[in-house]
Ligand binder design. Structure first.
Ligand code: LLP
Length: 430
């Protein structure tokens, strides 16, 4: 049947660490990351001059520190992400800029921060150019261009075209040049990110669009960014992206611009998912096995508060079972996998059109562990406290096989921190 050979359906360990040990030491649900896989994925991309990690995919300090030590620079989309980069050892200023703030707006906090710390800004709206220019005249900026088309694994991750709120519309370059000139801002970089899960077919269109805009702006451009969006395989039928072909297309664009401008042009790539998706496992415990008519349900102690991708995008994640008794032989059955939340959508095995789908998985009992795989990108970072559930723990398996608790599970005190009850009407209740 259709079970993917490279995704094990029984799994007893992660990077050599027994899953029962992970559960005993750290509890469940817990995200476990395999550091060596992140390093391998970084090495795939070494042809690019700069790898800039889109930390929205996974911004815990251990991952940020790991990528920093590999020479990877970082992208930030908020004051909080700038703060995380700093806390993981990134300095604010350098050539190329260690941290780039990429967004469509500034809130007051992020504007203050980039101005004070000299963080490079990638402007995704004409308003950003105007607001930044007033506060930091004379600096260099990058423009994020919306080329008028986009692509993504779901409409929600498509970031180009007129339905998308992202970037500066491609034919407003003249206005942007004028806005920048008002405050002596120099447009040094161009950036395009049309979506997550793009393919090579769309890429040549993107390269062509970026080249046209770069030529219209002229030789102030010294950096071009291919954005993020490199796909990573979730299903066995998903192809692995051809990095060499991807690089060659961008490199050809860069070379043509170098010829036109007569100076070197740096080529950046800005992956999130590609670097971390594969490294992450969400380890949960099966807390109920229910039969509802024809459907068998495994209900976990993890829900869409921990991993929102299935409910948000209908995303597929491979899963495996770690039997608590260590058994290596379990029959497979078709099961629906759900979480503890009081919503029907709290289902990890989504069908194409609706909520309840199924996966073929080893039969399991309460107390066995279920591992949701390829959960390293947009897992923890999109988590929430819905139903007053604490955020999961995060654990790194280091290259020497040792484990490190990156983030402890939240406690009840964490959940109510900062809240208070008004005293005005105290005592008025019956
Ligand atoms: N650069 C920019 C400007 C972005 O907006 C993004 C993602 C990236 C880079 C990284 O994209 P990646 O290489 O990870 O595809 N939550 C969704 C993905 C949202 C992506 C948002 N922007 C998911 O779980 O699929």
């Amino acid at each position: 049947t259709a079970v993917a050979p490279e995704f094990s359906d029984l799994r007893h360990e992660i990077a050599g660490v027994p899953i029962s040990e992970i559960a005993r030491r750290f509890g469940t649900p817990t995200f476990v990351y395999e550091s060596s896989l992140i390093q391998e994925r970084i090495n795939d991309l070494r042809a690019f001059d700069t790898i800039r990690y889109a930390q929205k995919a996974n911004s815990n300090l251990a991952v940020l520190d790991l990528v920093r030590r590999q020479g990877v620079l970082v992208d930030a989309v908020s004051a909080g992400e700038i703060g995380r980069a700093r806390a993981a050892g990134y300095v604010p200023v350098g050539d190329p800029p260690p941290i780039v703030y990429t967004a469509d707006i500034f809130d007051h906090e992020s504007l203050d921060l980039v101005v004070e710390q000299g963080i490079h800004v990638n402007c995704g709206s004409p308003d950003m150019i105007a607001q930044y220019g007033q506060r930091a005249p004379g600096r260099e900026i990058t423009l994020r261009i919306n080329p008028g088309f986009g692509h993504g694994h779901s409409q929600k991750t498509n970031t180009g075209g007129e339905q998308s709120k992202h970037g500066i519309w491609h034919d407003q370059i003249g206005d942007c040049l004028a806005l920048a000139a008002q405050n002596g801002l120099k447009i040094a970089g161009l950036h395009m990110h049309i979506g997550s899960g793009t393919d090579l077919e769309h890429l040549s269109q993107v390269c062509g669009a970026l080249e046209r805009v770069a030529l219209a702006i002229g030789s102030t451009i010294t950096t071009i960014s291919a954005g993020g969006g490199l796909p990573t395989p979730y299903r066995t039928t998903d192809l692995k992206v051809d990095i060499a072909a991807y690089f060659l297309l961008w490199d050809a664009t860069r070379r043509r611009l170098q010829e036109a401008f007569g100076h070197p042009v740096r080529l950046e790539i800005e992956p999130g998912r590609y670097l971390v998706a594969e490294s992450g496992y969400l380890v949960a415990e099966i807390r109920a096995v229910k039969q509802m008519g024809a459907n068998t349900f495994y209900l976990l102690d993890a829900g869409f508060n921990n991993l929102a991708r299935p409910i948000l995008y209908g995303a597929y994640h491979p899963m495996s079972i770690a039997p608590a008794d260590g058994s290596t032989n379990r029959e497979r059955r078709s099961v629906v996998v759900g979480g503890p939340l009081c919503e029907s959508g709290d289902i990890f095995t989504q069908s194409d059109g609706g909520v309840v789908g199924s996966q073929l998985l080893p039969s399991a009992k309460v107390g066995d562990y279920l591992i949701i795989e390829r959960a390293g990108a947009y897992g923890f970072t999109m988590g929430s406290n819905y139903n007053s559930k604490p955020m999961a723990a995060e654990v790194m398996v280091n290259s020497d096989g040792s484990t490190h608790l990156v983030r402890r599970r939240q406690t009840f005190e964490d959940l109510i921190r900062g809240e208070s009850i008004p005293s005005v009407d105290a005592g008025s209740a019956a």
